[in-house]
Design a protein around this ligand. Sequence first.
Ligand SMILES: O=C(O)CCC(=O)C(=O)O
Length: 387
Amino acid sequence: MRASYKNSIQRRLGVLGLGTSPGLSFSNQIVRTAARAVPFSDKTRWTGLAYIHMHEYAREIKQQEQEKIDLLQFTALTLVIRTLRRARTHHRHSREILLITRVPRMKDIYAQFQKDGYVILEDFFQPEEIEELRACGEEFTNKLPPESERKVFSTIQYPQNKDKYFLDSTNKISVFFESEALEEDGKLKVHPRVSLNKVGHALHWLHPTFKKFTFDERVKEIAFQLNYEEPMVCQSMYIYKNPGIGSEVTMHQDASYLYVEPMKLVGFWIALEDATLENGCLWIAPGSHQSGTHRRYMRNKDSNSQELLIFDRPAPCYPLSNFRPVPVRKGTCILIHGQVVHFSYPNKSETSRHTYIFHVIETKHVLYSKENWLQPPAEGFASFYKN
Ligand SMILES: O=C(O)CCC(=O)C(=O)O
């Protein structure tokens, strides 16, 4: 086993408050130590499950070429430790166990994330799971607000800067229209199904289906692999990018909106439909996360101003040649570093490009800015590992 894998396992054990004892094989040490640490009466079941993971992988390991063995062994240990971590904190039932066993094989997500500022995880959710999420997105378009209450979201004109509805959407499920979808009086120019720009910003907490997928074990595993110790979910959005009308999302860093110090923010961008060059896939500037936060979007301290939200600096000018398109199939999750610069073109095609996106911040030794436009609800943001 390579030293880096071993270090990673040891770090995980540290987070669990476990140590290893000498004289046993490394995997056995882990399972035994972990077994001792599971504090409740159901411990046999959980540690049994951990052993099953080990044996399943051991069988597979025997049939593999040498270079694949490290990775398999690492994956097996990951599963074992995650199972036990879950057992310690939650003591949930069989559905959870099933989900645990379906975690996709991990590449070295952390290294790739640090190097490029993004990671593509294909087939992250199953087709039927994607359909479930998409159906919920469609459902919102069946219950649009009355004409006089319809609001537009745009990263070009920023009408939301003057809009209390937007400011109040932080802890609600609020709908925002495409600017091209509405007449001045709020009447629709297009079919309701293609009229929305997005829905946000607390789907992860207030909507049972989005909550289920946001706090899914597979998602938590990613946060764990990215070294998040006390992560919290701070916002979520359903983005429609509808055919012919879906507007551009201009070049930006998510850190401008959700600033934390030191910076530890990740977006989970989940494709609910194929995202292509034609329908407005993401474009990302690899490595651009290594140059700090370029500007911030915050609450305006000037109470006499009509602008409730302002940028502290003008938009930087990013050369297009720095970006590369990231077309992905539905079911893919793209992890987006808070400081990596990205954008998407308007969707001029005939197919929609629905996405579910949510953002996770670290809270251990990290401060969420009180100046950010989005502030936590009275009870605080939702803890990621504990829900
Ligand atoms: O989905 C898109 O087109 C861009 C979304 C995005 O960049 C964001 O919400 O931060």
